[in-house]
Design a protein around this ligand. Sequence first.
Ligand SMILES: [Zn+2]
Length: 374
Amino acid sequence: MAKSVHQLHTEAFVVDTHCDTPLRIDEEHADLGIRSNEGHNDFIRMKEGGVDLCFYAIFTRTRLTPDQATVQAVRLIGEVKDMVAAHSDKVAMAYSVRQAREIKRGGRGAIMLGMENGAPIQNDLSLLNEFYRMGVRYITLCHSAHNQLCDSCAPKQPQWNGLSPMGKKVVAQMNNLGMIVDVSHLSDASFYDCLKYSKAPVVATHSCCRALCKHPRNMTDKMIKELAKASGVIQINFYPAFLSDQYGRPDYFDAADAYDSAMKAYWRSGKKGKKEIAELKMREAYIKKNFPSPSYKLLVDHIEHVIDLVGIDYVGLGSDYDGIEMPPKGLEDISKFEVITKELRLRGYSDSDIKKVLGENFMRVFSQVENMAI
Ligand SMILES: [Zn+2]
């Protein structure tokens, strides 16, 4: 008899390669050991969603000076490790593929660190080495601005036309360390440079398909084909603005920015300010009315697009939870992950193919990166 969706999902090694949850620890003082209705991820909801490994993004804003970025990254790493240590009955830090699988076998969730924006490395490979020793296992080389390592997809004018000289050194050293090069947020030229200069396969930890949604954060079919040829993987992002052109419009981003500011004011007021609560509710209602969330099925369309293009072995999941203001309907937070398994089953995929999408594809690439370290 066929396994139930729940059995299959529980048995599978499920990976989410990108969550901005450390920001909620840092800015909201969220306790991830308590089930919350705020944000999209905590240790309880991760377990409910059957997610076995979650990458926490050590994200630094592009406006920080290099020294500020380095300090902020170290602080976030400390905060994540403290939070994990405070709830060691539920989760544990993992630093390798082997450890992550062991933690699942022991019935706990594995947390790993990824760095989003390579600014904290500055121009110093010793800092890169040290961040590796602290546990960082991938680096998204840049965010929404060019930095010392490469060009971002956001600005119109290029600065380096791909990787900078320092960026090439960093990619080489990441290969030596066994750290994954993350190409999300990079310009197309930076992406092709990463393929050219990285000896190990690369990963887009939270990106979608440009053929289905024209946003420059997404990957073209040509990029996905090249990524697959190099044995890499694209982890589909849950953000509606990357899933459908309907949400990629300037008025949506304006509404999302206003919502974001209202959220920050609400936190600053200690979640008590009446005016702040009213403003937040108003912004939320505006988005819900004018931009009703798309169904999670749209996300599965992106997964299928990659499968149709290059086969089953090059796609996975990178939610961007806690970094996006409005997840798709049906995937409101990490506790709902099983709907993806359900939908893939409905679309006729075999159990072993579903397991690949849920995590095994990413784990294969991660192992390859680890094995190529010197
Ligand atoms: Zn991001």
